[in-house]
Design a protein around this ligand. Structure first.
Ligand code: DO4
Ligand code: MG
Length: 287
């Protein structure tokens, strides 16, 4: 089952169940203590609860008439890094002085985990992601993202874009927060697909396409089974010394990085496809 936060044609924001060609609005007045998408995700039976909440008095709304908002409420967004061979190689090349850090972290027990965004800095499907004004080498990072409950159990998946300023990150690893965290630095969506960590990673393809003036200027793909850590392993490291009362979203790292001469420009359109999950599209703005 897929759940989303949407803006309806009447300008109301609602949580919905996403079906093939329409969305079904949920009525939260029926159950106490269930007010947000997060409350459904963290409930013992998200699918049963969402089915129960479908408002049968409201007609299904055609999918092309709704605007998908980022599927987050108050969760922090964290990210894992250097979890694919391709990311390790690219980081070692971009970073003259710190190449060995990336090499070591790829095979170390402890993964690289960094804070990525508050919900307020996340954009949804079709909303613009940004390139920093002080970066001249920025790329999108297409990532499989997991929703975790406060108990750090996987309760759903979505598509994530971990926008990254490679020049800032490559100049000095201590600049990582500036390379990664800024307004509109992260896109998530369009919806949450409910599920747990017993997910067959080998069946999932991740694809990235970038268009400029309607021409494809980059395309690449990988498979989720190239991830060198398990979802439970990443979740358990993230929850070691931190509580997440609102749950947390974790981006699991990128396995696709455009060639070194490529940088995003204003007006580019980034499309990320993850099989069985969906398609996330964002235009790019600079400044
Ligand atoms: O170490 C820098 C960030 C790595 C990252 O974001 C990734 O591998 O996806
Ligand atoms: Mg990343």
């Amino acid at each position: 089952m897929k759940l989303a936060r949407v803006l309806l044609p009447n300008q109301e924001i609602h949580v919905v169940v996403v079906e093939e060609s329409a969305v079904r609005v949920l009525d939260f007045s029926q159950v106490q203590n269930v007010q947000r998408l997060t409350d459904i995700l963290h409930s013992p039976d998200p699918t049963g609860l969402a089915n129960f909440l479908i408002d049968t008095n409201v007609a299904p709304v055609a999918i092309e008439e709704v605007h998908f908002l980022a599927p987050v409420d108050q969760q922090e967004v964290w990210a894992a890094g250097v979890t694919y061979k391709r990311s390790q190689q690219a980081r070692m090349e971009e970073s003259e002085h710190a190449a060995s850090h990336y090499d070591l972290v790829y095979s170390a027990d402890r993964p690289e985990l960094f804070f990525k965004a508050t919900a307020q800095r996340v954009v949804g499907h079709q909303e613009p992601v940004r390139v920093r004004n002080d970066s001249s080498w920025s790329v999108p990072e297409p990532e499989f993202a997991i929703f975790l409950t406060p108990e750090m159990h996987v309760c759903g998946y979505t598509i994530g874009n971990d926008m990254s300023a490679r020049d800032i990150e490559g100049e000095n690893p201590l600049y990582l927060p500036q390379a990664k965290v800024y307004n509109q630095c992260c896109s998530l969506g369009p919806w949450v697909t409910l599920g747990s960590s017993d997910f067959d990673l080998s069946s999932v393809d991740i694809k990235l396409g970038i268009e400029r003036n309607k021409e494809q200027v980059f395309s690449g793909e990988t498979k989720l089974d190239q991830l060198n850590r398990t979802l439970d392993e990443l979740a358990s490291w993230l929850g070691k010394e931190m509580d997440f009362p609102n749950g947390v979203v974790l981006l699991t790292g990128t396995g696709i990085i455009p060639p070194d001469e490529f940088t995003l420009e204003s007006g580019d359109v980034v499309t990320i496809d993850i099989s069985n999950i969906g398609q996330l599209i964002n235009p790019v703005e600079k400044g």
